[in-house]
Design a protein around this ligand. Structure first.
Ligand code: ADP
Ligand code: MG
Length: 574
């Protein structure tokens, strides 16, 4: 994010040089024909008619009639090419963004709101399909048109052309001055737009919370303000846009008047033919149209720059997940934290000097107050984050030396909040193991105590579970998360309060299943309820980011002050 790096679309366009050359080549013909037809008209007026040359007249008229047809054909081919160029820019940007996102660590992408990143992926279409295809590439063609027409005009009448060209820089600076005025407005509009995208995502996700706290009025107030501000800015920007078009139009009329007066004088003095004037009266609007297009492209490019900046802001982030080649070695499951400290942000200490060793096959419980750092320990083992100091070893080797794939295919994490896709239950299970057979999935669900639930759904496996699993209860999601883990069958199992939403009965049944199933595998289970980890080989007590006590339940009951306190808190009610 730091450091100013170039934001330029040019390198991307250069990759499209073949299509651009083809477009330019086609354009050359179009421009040629557009430039030639007024000339032919001049010939009709100045030669064919006065000389009564019927054959010349017929030929000229035939050519003049066919030219628009050819222009239309060539232009539609050229449009296809421009669409392809723009589409390619959109697709490249989107692919680069998605490629980048999977290489970022949660530490980085959690800084962005999800709607914000989604908005940037979406805006690639505005950059490529809309701006590049419909504005920028046509503007390149307009430049060619401008050059072509100017050259012919010079050839026909240099003095008149110079007169026309004097008007152009005046127009240019005037419109630049206007765009400078609109630029801050456009930036503000984009900011507001980006904000809306994020807000709309959040608002729709949190609509229930809005209703729960009865904050509809406050939210509506905020939305109304937003909508009003946005419209005000848009109107102002539209006003400036229209105003600048008006200025250009005014310039055109003025220029037209001057050209006509000057041409009339020259014709009266016999220095110019009527045909040349007719040709000029066609060239002149064409010339101004191309200037208008170029100028509009310039205005729009100012609007697209901030969007491009937002895309490049992500693309310029360093890759964080850089992988070693896979060695596909099988993990045994011993985990060591060697003096690990970690903080999410500078100045805070989520974990300090955590030091422990877990043998392969051990069942470890982690308990402690909320916010003490339990989930963070699991995330560190998954290498979602890296220690600020110290090292984490698996089977005696630093986890940074493993390929991500080797590590994550053999470590399974069931998070506190299980994320499920808005697909069928079956698809979600297969996400954990694409090759899973029906039989395997049935078994996994049975082990996870969720089979009965699935079977009583009207569509069974094929039930679509709603965005983020909204159609499921917390306990059902947790059990599906466990079923996913069972399917993956990893060597190291990390459970983050996976049964917190279950009733005691279901939890006990599930625990029994899992203890059998996970026998011989390393299991690290974070639990809020001490009863959940009572049978663990050893229990770690985390207090405010420090590992304060570690031992079996019995040992801790004897000499673990904090554990005793937690125990007393939980069981005195019973
Ligand atoms: N992504 C994050 N960014 C910044 N701080 C975080 C993040 N996740 C957790 N924390 C903070 O780290 C501390 C430990 O969090 P966590 O490990 O989730 O606690 P526990 O699981 O024990 O309840 C808490 O103070 C929490 O606010
Ligand atoms: Mg937690």
């Amino acid at each position: 994010m730091k450091g100013k790096r170039s934001i330029s679309i040019v390198p991307l366009l250069l990759t499209q040089y073949k299509r651009i050359l083809l477009g330019l080549f086609l354009m050359l013909f179009v421009v040629g024909m557009q430039v030639v037809s007024p000339w032919l008209m001049k010939m009709v007026i100045d030669q064919a008619i006065p000389q009564k040359n019927h054959q010349l007249l017929l030929t000229l008229i035939l050519v003049l009639a066919l030219i628009p047809l050819f222009i239309t054909i060539l232009q539609s081919i050229r449009n296809q090419v421009t669409h392809q160029i723009g589409g390619c820019v959109t697709d490249t940007f989107r692919n680069l963004l998605f490629d980048k996102l999977v290489k970022l660590s949660p530490k980085t992408y959690h800084h962005f709101q999800s709607g914000d990143i989604a908005g940037r992926i979406y805006s690639c279409g505005e950059i490529g399909d809309a701006f590049i295809a419909q504005v920028m590439v046509p503007a390149i063609f307009d430049i060619g048109m401008f050059v072509g027409i100017t050259m012919v005009m010079f050839y026909l009448n240099a003095k008149l052309t110079i007169l026309v060209l004097i008007l152009l820089p005046i127009m240019y600076y005037l419109s630049r001055w206007l765009t400078k005025k609109t630029r801050p407005k456009i930036n503000k509009i984009i900011q507001l737009q980006q904000g809306l995208q994020t807000y709309a995502t959040e608002f729709t996700t949190g609509l229930k919370t809005v209703q729960k706290f009865h904050q509809e009025v406050a939210e509506r107030e905020y939305q109304k303000n937003w909508i009003r501000d946005y419209r005000k800015l848009r109107n102002q920007a539209a006003f400036y846009d229209d105003f600048s078009i008006l200025i250009v139009d005014f310039g055109r009329s003025l220029g037209f008047g001057i050209v006509f007066i000057y041409a009339a004088i020259q014709i009266m003095q016999g220095q110019m033919t009527i045909g040349t004037l007719i040709a000029f009266s066609v060239y002149f609007p064409q010339l101004f149209a191309s200037i208008q297009h170029i100028q509009a492209a310039y205005v729009m490019s100012e609007g697209i720059k901030p969007k491009l900046e937002l895309v490049y802001q992500i693309l310029h982030l360093e890759d964080e997940i850089i992988d070693h080649p896979s060695k596909a070695q099988k993990l045994k499951g011993a985990i060591t934290f060697a003096d690990v400290s970690f903080s999410y942000e500078k100045g805070r200490g989520e974990l300090s000097h955590v030091d422990f060793s877990i043998e392969a096959g051990e069942f470890i419980g982690i308990v402690g107050a909320t916010g003490s750092g339990k989930s963070t320990i699991l995330d560190l083992i998954m290498r979602f984050y890296e220690p600020t100091s110290g090292a984490i070893l698996i089977d005696g080797r630093d986890i940074c030396d493993y390929a991500y794939g080797d590590l994550r295919s053999q470590i399974g994490l069931v998070s506190q909040d299980v994320f499920l896709w808005n697909k069928s239950i079956q698809d979600n299970l297969r996400y954990a193991k694409p090759s899973a057979t029906e039989e395997e999935m049935l078994q996994a669900c049975e082990h996870a105590q969720v089979l009965d639930f699935i079977q009583q759904l009207p569509d069974g496996w094929d039930t679509i579970i709603g965005e983020r699993g909204v159609k499921l209860s917390g306990g059902e999601k947790q059990r599906l998360g466990i079923a996913q883990m069972v399917l993956r069958n990893p060597q190291i199992i990390l459970l983050d309060e996976p049964t917190s939403a279950l009733d005691a009965n279901t939890e006990a049944l599930l625990q029994e299943n899992l203890t059998q199933l996970f026998h011989g595998k390393t299991t690290v289970a974070v639990a809020h309820r001490l009863a959940t980890v009572r049978k663990a080989d050893r229990i770690m007590v985390i207090d405010n980011g420090k590992l304060t006590e570690m031992g079996s339940h019995d040992a801790l009951m004897e000499n673990g002050a904090i554990y005793q306190k937690l125990y007393a808190e939980q069981f005195q009610v019973h």
